[in-house]
Design a protein around this ligand. Sequence first.
Ligand SMILES: *[C@@H]1O[C@H](CO)[C@@H](O)[C@H](O)[C@H]1NC(C)=O
Ligand SMILES: *[C@@H]1O[C@H](CO)[C@@H](O)[C@H](O)[C@H]1NC(C)=O
Ligand SMILES: *[C@@H]1O[C@H](CO)[C@@H](O)[C@H](O)[C@H]1NC(C)=O
Length: 257
Amino acid sequence: MRGEICVGSASFLAFTSLLLMIFVHVSQINTSAVPRGISLVKINVSDYGAAVHVAIFDPVDHLYTNDSSAPLEFGAGLRQFYLFGLYSHCGYVNTSAGTCTNKTVQNEFQPYAALTSDMLQNYTDLTNFLLGGTAFEDSTDSLGGSSRAAYWMLLLGTICAALALLTGVAKNNFTFFISTALAIVGAILLLIGASIWTAMIHKAQSINSVMIGPPASPVLAGIVVSVGPGLFMIWAAFVALFASVVPYMVSCCTYRG
Ligand SMILES: *[C@@H]1O[C@H](CO)[C@@H](O)[C@H](O)[C@H]1NC(C)=O
Ligand SMILES: *[C@@H]1O[C@H](CO)[C@@H](O)[C@H](O)[C@H]1NC(C)=O
Ligand SMILES: *[C@@H]1O[C@H](CO)[C@@H](O)[C@H](O)[C@H]1NC(C)=O
């Protein structure tokens, strides 16, 4: 009976990890309620226009669009805020209406390119002038490469969690040994993926304190990068899978049917 409890708790933890990662995978693939609620990063640009106005004095017209279905990355206008997932990112004109990019495997996290590609050309040029050389602008290549690496870690970690759960069902010492090994490998992969995303978001957050405008009275650029719930879910998935290692290991060594 104690064996059953051990196997049960290991399966429960691996299942929790898998479920969390499935939710992370659906984040921002479209704008319906669940995918919309989950994101790895949020970038709120709603105050950027006012900051640009301070910097150039001229009125800032047509920087934003109110058309929630205008395609992203076609210079159709900046949205109020952007949410990023593993396969795509979405731009929102208000808390409920927005549109997403096409979904691609190894979608790259390139926040600066995502924002400037939505602006009219003159605002893209102006933004390159105002924010060029900041760590946020400079990060495009390194963030792109890191996000691709993180993607494969997270995908393989998810697959390991699923396989650990499946092999754990067979209930004999050898399959418990396989489950233990998969849980260990999966936990390591999720840990690496979570660490990379944490570091990438931290780097992008350097924009939060960037000042633009006249040197005598600069203002914050009005671009705010914050951590989305998806990142916490990846960390929780890691913890759950890591915690499943011990009961899987105990089952592996002690299970007597
Ligand atoms: C974006 O920032 C603005 C100004 O700080 C705030 O009023 C607004 O609620 C924020 N939007 C979201 C979705 O967080
Ligand atoms: C958001 O924008 C859409 C499209 O412009 C509009 O239909 C909807 O009522 C808005 N929702 C809120 C909460 O403002
Ligand atoms: C997204 O897909 C649509 C239809 O397949 C295509 O017309 C469009 O150009 C794509 N957008 C991007 C940014 O690749």
